[in-house]
Write a protein that binds this ligand. Structure first.
Ligand SMILES: Cc1ncc(COP(=O)(O)O)c(C=O)c1O
Length: 363
C-alpha cells in the first residue's frame, strides 16, 4: 500500500453511517462499592455448593473442541421447562443476541418495525442497526402498552415486526395476556412478546397460544428470575419455520459448556426459583409501600422486579443517592418519563439502605 497515512477520523466517517457514529455507547455510571440497583438483576447469587457442582461438570468437558451446534440435552430440558417441542426453541448467549438477529432477519428496503415508547432500548437500536424503519407508539396514559395503537400502527405501515414487552421495561407495567394475544391475532407481521420479567407478574405466559399463532415469538431469559445475568442465556420460542431464518443469522457455537451446565443445573432447582421470585415480589410490595410514604416520591405500581418512581429533581436525587452508596437507573431520557428514576428490587438489606438513602436524598 502506498496510499500514505490516512486519518482515523476520515476512515470512521467514510465507513460508518451517521446514526451509529452519533449513538451513545451503552454505559453505566461508576459502581465501585455501590449497592447496585440499576440493571434489574436478581440480588440472589447461586448457592456456592451448586456453583461448585457446575464447575466440576465444566472441568470434565473438553475445552479444545467447539461445542455442539445444537446441544440436544440442553434443548430437551429447556423445551420441557417451557412446555414446547425442541424445534420450537432457539437458545442464545443472552436474549439480547437473539433480538439483533431477529431485527436483521426481517430487514429489506422499506421494512418497518413497530415498538412501544418508552420500552426496552435495544428494540429501537436493533431495528435501526439492521436498516429497518422504526415506528414508535407511545404508551397509554397508565404507562401500559397501547395495544390498540400498536395494532393501528402495525397495520398502517404493514410492519414486518412488532416488539411488545410485557411487563414493560422501564415502566414495570403490564397488560393482560389476552390483550397481547389480540395484538398477535390482529397483525400480519411477526410479534415478539418479550416476557423477560413475566415470573414477577403473576400473569400467564402467551406461550400456550404458540401453536395457534405462527407469527408469535416469545422471548424468555435466564437473566432475571433465574438469577443468571452473568451466565448470558436467553431464548426465543416460536414456530420452527419462523425461527429458522433467525437461526441462520446467528454466530454458530455461541453456547459453551459453562452456559450449558449452568442452565441444566438451575432447571433442576424449581424450589430455588419459586422462593427467589416470592421473596422479590414480597420485597417489591414492601418497598413500594414505604416509598409512597416518602414526601416528594411518587412510585408506580410494578409487575416486575423494579420500580419506576418520580421525584421533583431527579438529577439531584440521583446524585445524592449515588453519594450515599446507591446506584439506581436514570430513565429521564424519555420525554414521557422526564423526572423519573428506576430502582431494582434488591435483598431486604439493600432495599432498606435504598429507602433510607432516598428519604435523605429528596430532603
Ligand atoms: C425487556 C427486556 N428484554 C430482554 C432483556 C435482555 O436480557 P438478556 O440479554 O440478559 O437475556 C432485558 C434486560 O434487561 C430486558 O429488560
Amino acid at each position: 500500500m502506498n496510499g500514505g497515512e490516512r486519518d482515523v477520523a476520515e476512515v470512521v466517517a467514510q465507513v460508518y453511517p451517521a446514526w451509529i457514529r452519533a449513538q451513545k455507547p451503552y454505559g453505566l455510571s461508576d459502581q465501585e462499592g455501590q449497592v447496585k440497583l440499576n440493571q434489574n438483576e436478581s440480588p440472589f447469587d447461586l448457592p456456592l455448593e451448586l456453583k461448585r457442582e457446575i464447575l466440576e461438570r465444566v472441568l470434565a468437558e473438553p475445552w479444545n473442541r467447539y461445542p455442539a451446534l445444537r446441544d440436544a440435552e440442553l434443548h430437551a430440558e429447556v423445551a420441557a421447562y417451557f412446555g414446547v417441542r425442541t424445534e420450537q426453541l432457539l437458545i442464545g448467549p443472552g436474549s439480547n443476541s437473539l433480538l439483533g438477529a431477529l431485527a436483521q432477519s426481517v430487514a429489506q428496503p422499506g421494512a418497518v418495525v413497530v415498538a412501544a415508547r418508552p420500552s426496552f432500548g435495544l428494540y429501537a437500536s436493533a431495528a435501526r442497526a439492521s436498516g429497518n424503519r422504526l415506528v414508535e407508539v407511545g404508551l397509554g396514559p397508565d404507562l401500559r402498552l397501547d395495544i390498540a395503537g400498536m395494532i393501528a400502527a402495525a397495520r398502517e405501515h404493514r410492519a414486518a415486526l412488532v416488539f411488545a414487552a410485557n411487563p414493560n421495561n422501564p415502566t414495570g407495567t403490564a397488560v393482560p395476556t389476552e390483550a397481547l394475544l389480540e395484538l398477535v391475532a390482529e397483525v400480519s407481521g411477526l410479534v415478539l412478546v418479550d416476557e423477560a420479567y413475566l415470573e414477577f407478574s403473576g400473569l400467564s405466559s402467551v406461550l400456550r397460544a404458540l401453536d395457534r399463532h405462527p407469527n408469535l415469538i416469545v422471548l424468555r431469559t435466564f437473566s432475571k428470575a433465574f438469577g443468571l445475568a452473568g451466565v448470558r442465556c436467553g431464548c426465543f420460542l416460536g414456530h420452527p419455520e419462523v425461527l429458522a431464518p433467525i437461526d441462520r443469522l446467528r454466530a454458530p457455537f455461541a453456547l459453551g459448556p459453562f452456559v450449558r451446565h449452568c442452565i441444566r443445573a438451575i432447571l433442576r432447582q424449581p424450589e430455588l426459583l419459586r422462593r427467589t421470585v416470592e421473596q422479590i415480589i414480597q420485597e417489591r410490595e414492601r418497598v413500594l409501600a414505604r416509598m409512597s410514604t416518602i414526601p416528594g416520591v411518587v412510585p408506580r405500581p410494578s409487575m416486575s422486579n423494579f420500580v419506576l418512581f418520580e421525584v421533583l429533581e431527579h438529577e439531584k436525587v440521583y446524585r445524592r443517592l449515588h453519594r450515599l452508596g446507591i446506584t439506581v437507573r436514570d430513565v429521564s431520557g424519555y420525554d414521557e418519563l422526564k423526572s423519573s428514576l428506576r430502582v431494582t428490587i434488591g435483598t431486604p438489606e439493600e432495599n432498606e439502605a435504598f429507602l433510607n438513602a432516598l428519604a435523605e436524598a429528596v430532603k
